[in-house]
Design a protein around this ligand. Structure first.
Ligand SMILES: *[C@@H]1O[C@H](CO)[C@@H](O)[C@H](O)[C@H]1NC(C)=O
Length: 163
């Protein structure tokens, strides 16, 4: 028989960790915004400034996945970002899922945990490792050009609650 506390634990451990990353790093542009050459400027409306690609995240299926599911809003997916020096990505983690160590050479990364708990870390240029456990709605900065990673923490959260 399930006790009420078991139900709470299951709810927590099945919760999907998600977060938002914001990056920046281009030189300033000389106009308000840039319109790609493939687009007729007279057709630019409020839609050009709107990205709806994250709506599909609600339907994401992480069954059988080990790495984070990454959905990007960069200038490729969201052309208004050309020249604006910023982009955003959302990551959904399966239980204990990871975003393996990687580098962004041109920009820092600001990470906002929207739900759940996440272990993050980076190595600085003197080889010092900084590891932190974050909980929604914590914010963490990965400095530009340093190797960094994220790992979902629910396995540990579950253990803690069981003890
Ligand atoms: C999710 O993906 C798994 C593995 O690919 C599949 O077996 C399952 O049917 C999917 N669930 C839904 C709701 O699509």
């Amino acid at each position: 028989m399930e006790t009420p506390s078991t139900s709470i634990l299951l709810t927590l451990t099945l919760t999907i960790s998600s977060l938002v990353l914001v990056r920046s790093g281009d030189p300033d542009i000389l106009s308000d915004f840039l319109i790609p050459p493939t687009l007729d400027p007279s057709t630019v409306t409020r839609q050009f400034f709107t990205f709806t690609g994250f709506r599909n995240l609600r339907k994401a299926n992480l069954t059988g996945k080990t790495n984070a599911l990454i959905t990007k809003a960069t200038k490729k997916e969201f052309p208004v970002l050309h020249g604006q020096s910023v982009s955003v990505a959302t990551l959904l983690y399966p239980p204990s899922g990871i975003n393996p160590p990687h580098i962004h050479p041109r920009s820092a990364e600001l990470l906002l945990v929207l739900q759940g708990e996440l272990e993050v870390g980076f190595v600085d240029s003197t080889n010092k490792l900084f590891v932190q456990t974050l909980r929604a709605p914590d914010l963490f900065l990965f400095p530009k050009g340093l190797v960094h990673f994220q790992r979902d923490q629910r396995r540990y959260l579950g253990k803690g609650l069981c003890n």
